[in-house]
Every structure is written in C-alpha cells, then in structure tokens.
Design a protein around this ligand. Sequence first.
Ligand code: PDD
Length: 286
Amino acid sequence: MILTVYFKDGQFTEREGLNISIDDRGYYFGDGVYEVIKVYGGELFTAEEHIDRLFQSATKIKMTIPYSKEQLMEMVRELIVRNSISIGHIYMQVTRGAAPRTHQFPGSTVASVVTAYAVSNPRPMTSIENGVAVKSVEDIRWLRCDIKSLNLLGNVLAKQEANEANCVEALLHREGVVTEGSSSNLFGVKDGTIYTHPATNLILNGITRQVVLGISEKLAIPVVEKSFTLEEAYNMDELFLTSTTSEIMPISSVDGRSIASGTPGVLTRKLQKAFTLQIPTSNAGV
Ligand code: PDD
C-alpha cells in the first residue's frame, strides 16, 4: 500500500503529521486560493500556467505566497514522485494563515499556509467520448469569479442541484446569460464558429479554456469571446465544457433538451484530438 504524502509549510508528511490549525483562515473564511494541476504519465501538464494563476489569485486578494514559483514547481514534482502518480492531479492551496478569528487580515507576522497533495485518478473517458447532461442553475456567486478562491459555496450549491437532477455539471447563468460551469468553462459552436464568455470578472479564465483557444487558432477555427444566452445555448450545434480534470467534455443535453443530435459534434472531436496530442505522453494512462 502506498501512503499518501502531503506537503505543508516546507515539509512532506503523512496525513497524521499535517497539523492543520482550527484558526486557519481558510477554515474560518475560505480566505485563500487554490489550483488543480493535471498529471499525465507522471508528467505535469500546463503547470507553469497554473502556478502563475495561483500567484495572480493571491495578488488579487492581497496575500503573499512564501515561496517562489520555482520552489512550488519543485514541491509539486516531489509530490508526484513520492506518491508514484502516473495519471491523476495535484491539489494545492494557500490560505492567509492561522490567527485568532477576526475578519480583517492578521498582522504581517502571520505567514500564509501552503498545503498540497497528489491523487491518482483516470481520465473520465466515457464522458469525454459520449458527452454529459447538464442543468442550468442561476449564477449566485460573487463578482470576482476570476479569482480561484477557496470560497466555493455558490459553486457547491450549483453542482449539488445539477447532481440531484442526474446531471454532471451546472450551467451557470446570470439573468439568462450563460457564464460558465460550476467547476468548468463553457463553449458553444454555431455555424462553424466557437463562442465562449470573455475572460471578465464573471468567469475563471480556465487554463484548459486557454489551451482550447490556442488550439482553435492553430486549426484556424473562428472563435468569438462573447457571452450567449441560455436560449442560444439550447440551440447551439455543439456545446462543450473544459477543465483540468474534464479536459474537453461534450454536452449532450441541457435541461433535458438534446444539443443537436445529442452526440459529440465535429469541431468538439477535432479539438479533443488536438488536445490529446498536447498531453505529455501519448496514450496518457487511459
Ligand atoms: N475547476 N471555472 C471554474 C469555476 C472552475 O472551478 C474551473 C476549474 C474552471 C476550469 O479551469 P481550468 O481549466 O484551469 O481547470 C472554470 C477545478 C478543476 C476544480 O475546482 O476542481
């Protein structure tokens, strides 16, 4: 049996040795930021982009990370080795430290707490190949969805509502205008053009989203970063989600209404194929 090795504050330790404080501000306020990085064939995928975004999120909430990007990258690599991860992901978070509970920031002597772990899990191939059902849910989140913050209650409630309706993901909308999924970005295809919400404060600018935009450009597929309505989503030729763990996941239906024929569309397939070619090792642990 392989013991899971965690990282906390410069140390690698088993779960029992983690010593998380009840006064951690992540625990009290969700006062922190996080990242999820995919591992294929023991190698990291777009790790630099994720670590860059972790630092951007931290800056946006005026929090310092007590490590350099290089040190975090080294730590992540070490977690993969120590946990013998072939296919899976890294979860890492940084909170504003442990201090007696007051809403305002603690003093500068309180250091941020960095924790991370690695888990094995396979690519969700059945959903990637067949598509998933989603449910529209009102987007009740705050107005800084561009920050990958630990405050995920709006996302959690939306995902739960979708799951209770036997759907894999919630398609969030503000007054009928679609933003993103509860833990993914959303793309639509109409008449050969790809549409997706612009990277504003209303969505997380997903790393997978950016990879897809890059692939589309290379393949000369027209993309318009413009929001669309739920009504327009129902009538798209193709719809798909993107995220680190879902990759490019076709949507077969929204609110029980089939998207076109309900099977993954031509452009979705094309993007999936190109995406798979970018994965570190071929046949990445499928
Ligand atoms: N979710 N939008 C939201 C709200 C997300 O939480 C995520 C990621 C994305 C996609 O981002 P990326 O392509 O960088 O993974 C978009 C992660 C995987 C999670 O919370 O588990």
